[in-house]
Design a protein around this ligand. Structure first.
Ligand code: 6CS
Length: 291
């Protein structure tokens, strides 16, 4: 009994172990292969890619009839069509929820103007850069608190409006702004309203976002201050789950072709972006290493 059971138990154990090992190996390789080059096949079959956006013109925007545009989705749509993926389907997400959503496969990619930064490069794969911009502030006319840097905001105990999980929130905290003085706005238009109502003293977003909001608000009591002192020019890219490396590489190849033949510039420059700025840098530089 004992032997048999041992064997069987051990045998069975070993068999089971062997079998489960084999199974997990098969699963792992299948997933790996599925993950690696089947991601593109899956999107081709699906007929669309699910992308995360933030509804922050001109990076991303959703019109009242549900049409998704903005520089980031327009570039992604053009690249994907060349890869045989007919369309994109967008869902609006806060910046802070985009990477967790990608890791949980709620989206196939993020095409929202997500800035390429080392901390993010550790969590996801990025395409080569596509959209670059500097940082800016929206303030009351005359900039009464003379806010020109995040250090100024901290020193004046000013209340700063930011989008959730975005770069500006991090810049404010890193500059010593009290957490209680950092107010998260659900989107750009809400941020403008909070400033007009005096609930915040400054609203922080990239230059092209604030310029677009200034136009929409058309309020003579508001002004833009740019570029924010001691902040770099940021460049964004499309983000992919870590295991979809082959998809990301296929995306890069087509993007490089579009940069070379001028199609890329034709798409982004009408929105106010510089194709040259994106081509002057690289993912490796922005990630601080390979990604
Ligand atoms: O990626 C980011 O963190 C930033 N990108 C844009 C386009 N707007 C705000 C956000 O903070």
């Amino acid at each position: 009994m004992k032997f048999k059971t041992m064997f069987t138990r051990r045998g069975a154990g070993v068999l089971a172990l062997g079998a489960s090992l084999a199974l997990s190996l098969v699963a792992a390789t299948a997933t790996a292969s599925y993950a690696d080059d089947a991601a593109l096949t899956r999107l081709q079959k699906q007929g669309f890619a699910r992308i995360a956006i933030a509804n922050e013109p001109p990076w991303t925007s959703v019109s009242s009839d549900g049409k998704v545009s903005g520089a980031a989705p327009d570039v992604a749509r053009a690249v994907l069509q060349k890869l045989g993926v007919k369309d994109i389907v967008a869902s609006i997400s806060e910046y802070g929820a985009m990477i967790p959503g990608l890791q949980a496969h709620r989206f196939d990619m993020v095409a929202a103007g997500l800035f390429i930064k080392p901390q993010r490069c550790a969590a996801v794969l990025f395409s080569e850069p596509d959209l670059c911009d500097a940082e800016s502030f929206m303030v009351k006319k005359g900039n009464p608190m003379k806010l020109m840097s995040y250090a100024d905001i901290a020193a004046n105990h000013a209340k700063v409006g930011v989008v959730g999980g975005g770069t500006e929130e991090k810049l404010a905290i890193e500059a010593g702004v009290l957490r209680s003085d950092v107010i998260v706005a659900p989107d750009g238009l809400s941020g403008v309203k909070m400033l007009q109502d005096g609930r915040i003293d400054v609203f922080a977003l990239p230059i092209l976002s604030i310029s677009s909001l200034m136009k929409q608000a058309n309020d003579p009591n508001l002004e833009m201050y740019a570029p924010v002192k001691n902040t770099p020019i940021y460049c964004a890219g499309v983000a992919f789950p870590k295991q979809d490396r082959a998809l990301r590489d296929a995306y890069d190849k087509v993007l490089a072709q579009m940069k070379a033949d001028g199609e890329f510039a034709k798409i982004i420059e009408p929105y106010g972006y510089s194709a040259e700025a994106a081509m002057e840098t690289s993912r490796e530089k922005l990630c601080g290493g390979p990604n």
